[in-house]
Design a protein around this ligand. Structure first.
Ligand code: PGA
Length: 254
């Protein structure tokens, strides 16, 4: 069965004012009426989350976080636990984005965060991706290690709440994504790693997204050509019309 396409907007440390964040969130929600099939998630900064997420559940737009703490509870200044997130109605969280890994987050940290998110029933969007491609396929070993470590201890019953976002570092915040052919190759490789861990039936149910310089112009080609289940979008999730245009491109894929 074909999976629903999913687009996740990672707002990163944007926008600078709550007013702009509210306009963005409400603008997307209003225009979501034109989006029929695609699942849409936005991940604003923690500080804005509670005020942006509507109290009633009737919205079609999901709200997620960009990160959670690696510890379940305790004295960790500045951190936000998975339990707190669950209690505040968080349904998705990005984990292990390369920009956080660049700040020192390890594969082991990612694994701890994934287990805590899943324990609370929060969907874990695990980011993986190589910083460079080498001719001896070292980048594939790198991606495999990231996935295997992130999923250590994740049971077959919890794997249904996992999404993998493949984001090659060279394409994040850049001018160009990698080609859909390359995305397809990585997608096949990621599926093989997941098959080895969870068996074919479960593995093929795990959504694999692509991220890095995705926009409304290239979204369809990247997803169709890469045979991925959707996109993790940075810059183009910060403008209502651009984000909606990406969602509509996803809707147009049969
Ligand atoms: P970008 O960011 O769409 O601005 O390249 C993607 C990401 O960092 O997830």
């Amino acid at each position: 069965m074909k999976k629903k396409k999913i687009v996740i907007g990672n707002w990163k440390m944007n926008p600078e004012t709550f007013k702009e964040a509210k306009e963005l969130s409400e603008g997307i929600r209003k225009k979501m009426v034109g989006v029929k099939k695609t699942t849409a998630v936005v991940c604003p900064p923690h500080l804005y989350f509670m005020s942006l997420k509507p109290k009633n559940a009737s919205t079609k737009l999901f709200y997620g976080l960009q990160n959670i703490a690696r510890e379940a509870a305790g004295s960790f200044t500045g951190e936000l636990s998975a339990t707190m997130a669950r209690n505040c109605g968080v349904t998705y969280t990005i984990i292990g984005h390369s920009e956080r890994r660049a700040l020192g987050e390890t594969d082991d940290d990612v694994n701890k965060k994934v287990l805590l998110a899943l324990k609370e029933g929060i969907k874990a969007v695990i980011c993986v991706g190589e910083s460079k491609v080498d001719e001896h396929a070292g980048h594939l070993t790198f991606i495999k290690n990231q996935i295997v470590t992130a999923l250590k201890g994740v049971t077959t019953s919890d794997i249904g709440n996992v999404l993998i976002a493949y984001e090659p570092l060279s394409a994040i915040g850049a001018k160009n994504p990698i080609t859909s052919y390359e995305i397809h190759q990585r997608n096949i490789f990621i599926k093989k790693v997941l098959c080895d861990l969870y068996g074919k039936a479960k593995a093929f149910d795990i959504p694999v997204l692509y991220g890095g310089s995705a926009n409304a112009m290239n979204a369809k080609e990247l997803v169709e050509g890469g045979e991925v289940d959707g996109l993790l979008v940075g810059r183009d999730s910060l403008k209502v019309d651009n984000f909606i245009a990406i969602l509509k491109e996803m809707d147009s894929i049969s």
